[in-house]
Design a protein around this ligand. Structure first.
Ligand SMILES: Cc1cc2nc3c(=O)[nH]c(=O)nc-3n(C[C@H](O)[C@H](O)[C@H](O)COP(=O)(O)OP(=O)(O)OC[C@H]3O[C@@H](n4cnc5c(N)ncnc54)[C@H](O)[C@@H]3O)c2cc1C
Length: 381
């Protein structure tokens, strides 16, 4: 068993870490987070560095790298700033990777080079007012009119739809299928098409890359915008889950380390009873637990990256990685606040933002309860 990285992977990590340290300044993060403002400048600079094309084949303008490099990138992006990771993740993973996996050749040729160059942003719309954990219960209807479809319905929680050029939209194309998983079709919809209305949602944390309601009223979508096969969208969606869960897990692992480093720096400076609070065993144990939980998140994530690279089935492992990393992140942020005492809840310090941003991980990309159910099923229960 080899826990090491190749020299090229180490170089990638170093360069992403340097880039994020330079671009993710605290005042910039605050300006975006406190004003629900998408980090457009950071996004453009990530694109200029060539990061957007990292997982796409060279023929589509990418670098042709694999899940391990994507995992390294997202761990470092999460370390720099959660918002760097989520702005990247929505377009490249939720959008671009799905185009790569089951989009038509024409879609790949058109979309992926634009994503890689930063010209095109994507969003992914599955959730609806009545469709959350029960993701296959999709209601937004796409009526087949021959050379085009007409979409009517509403999406909920669509991250970054307000800045997206195209929205990967999951629809129902058969009204009453035998199984709800049948009759689902995915389209790559122009976010500015007539009949689409996007309304921002205000949320507790992760506000720089916030979610939106998206309304579809008689939206005409050409047949060529279909991704994958008609009525077989559920299988397509499942094909992208490994990379999706790996990506969020690695972002959370990176942010966990950032929170820990911040808390540790504070604990070494803050003096009470005539000594730094980091010299008290109770504080040391918290920090030790935080490091252990972060390392487990990292190890579970890299195991998934390794399994994906080997082509091994990893349905259980990817849920474990996502579940652990998201719960560890919140626990670490919670203990980070505790280590900082009253200063942990002041807006003058980063910890309160870490805390608010960290809560969402246990809900988005499949809630903890659903991940536990998946793991139990994979265990044969
Ligand atoms: C910040 C954020 C970003 C998001 N981004 C996107 C996006 O870009 N695109 C998109 O399509 N969606 C997105 N979502 C939606 C996300 O996928 C859903 O919030 C998630 O799937 C849970 O659905 P729900 O919120 O409707 O909760 P519900 O499904 O209503 O669940 C409520 C509670 O009931 C529990 N529960 C439900 N069913 C079961 C069950 N069978 N067994 C046990 N417990 C159960 C859940 O675990 C949860 O605790 C985002 C959500 C958030 C918060």
């Amino acid at each position: 068993m080899d826990f090491g990285f190749t020299p090229e992977q180490d170089m990638l990590r170093d360069s992403v870490r340097r880039f994020m340290a330079k671009e993710c300044r605290r005042d910039y993060i605050r300006a975006c987070s406190d004003n629900d403002r998408f980090p457009a400048e950071l996004y453009d600079r990530m694109a200029a560095q060539g990061y957007m094309g990292l997982p796409f084949p060279e023929q589509y303008g990418g670098s042709g790298l694999g899940p391990m490099e994507l995992a390294i990138f997202l761990e470092e992006a999460g370390y720099g700033w959660y918002g760097a990771g989520t702005s990247y993740f929505t377009t490249v993973v939720l959008g671009g990777y799905n185009v790569l996996l089951y989009g038509s050749e024409a879609q790949k040729r058109e979309v992926l080079p634009k994503v890689a160059s930063g010209q095109m942003k994507l969003a992914f719309a599955l959730s609806e007012p009545n469709v959350g954990s029960d993701a296959a219960a999709v209601e937004l209807f796409a009526e087949d009119r021959g050379d085009h479809f007409v979409l009517n319905g509403q999406k909920m929680f669509t991250t970054n739809a307000h800045v997206a050029d195209r929205i990967v939209t999951v629809t129902r194309t058969t009204r009453q299928p035998a199984r709800k998983h049948d009759g689902i079709t995915i389209f790559l919809v122009d976010a500015r098409a007539a009949g689409i209305e996007i309304r921002p949602l205000r949320q507790m944390g992760r506000s720089a890359t916030h979610t939106n309601e998206v309304f579809f009223r008689d939206v005409r979508v050409p047949r060529e915008a279909m991704m994958g096969r008609q009525d077989e969208g559920w299988a397509s969606l499942n094909s992208g889950l490994g990379i999706e869960r790996l990506s969020v897990a690695m972002m959370y692992a990176g942010t966990s380390q950032a929170i820990l480093d911040y808390a540790m720096g504070y604990a070494k400076e803050r003096r009470q009873f005539g000594q730094p609070i980091s010299s008290f065993q109770a504080v040391q144990h918290k920090l030790a637990d935080m490091q252990m939980k972060t390392d487990i998140a990292r190890l579970l994530g890299y195991r998934v990256a390794w399994m994906l690279e080997k082509g091994l089935p990893c349905f259980k492992e990817m849920s474990m990685a996502k579940l652990w990393a998201s719960e560890a992140l919140f626990d670490i942020a919670n203990n980070g606040v505790q280590v900082m005492g009253g200063y942990g809840v002041l807006k003058d310090y980063d910890m309160e933002l870490f805390f608010r941003d960290s809560r969402i991980g246990m809900i988005g990309a499949g809630a903890s309860e659903i991940q536990r159910t998946i793991i139990a099923r994979q265990m044969g229960l």
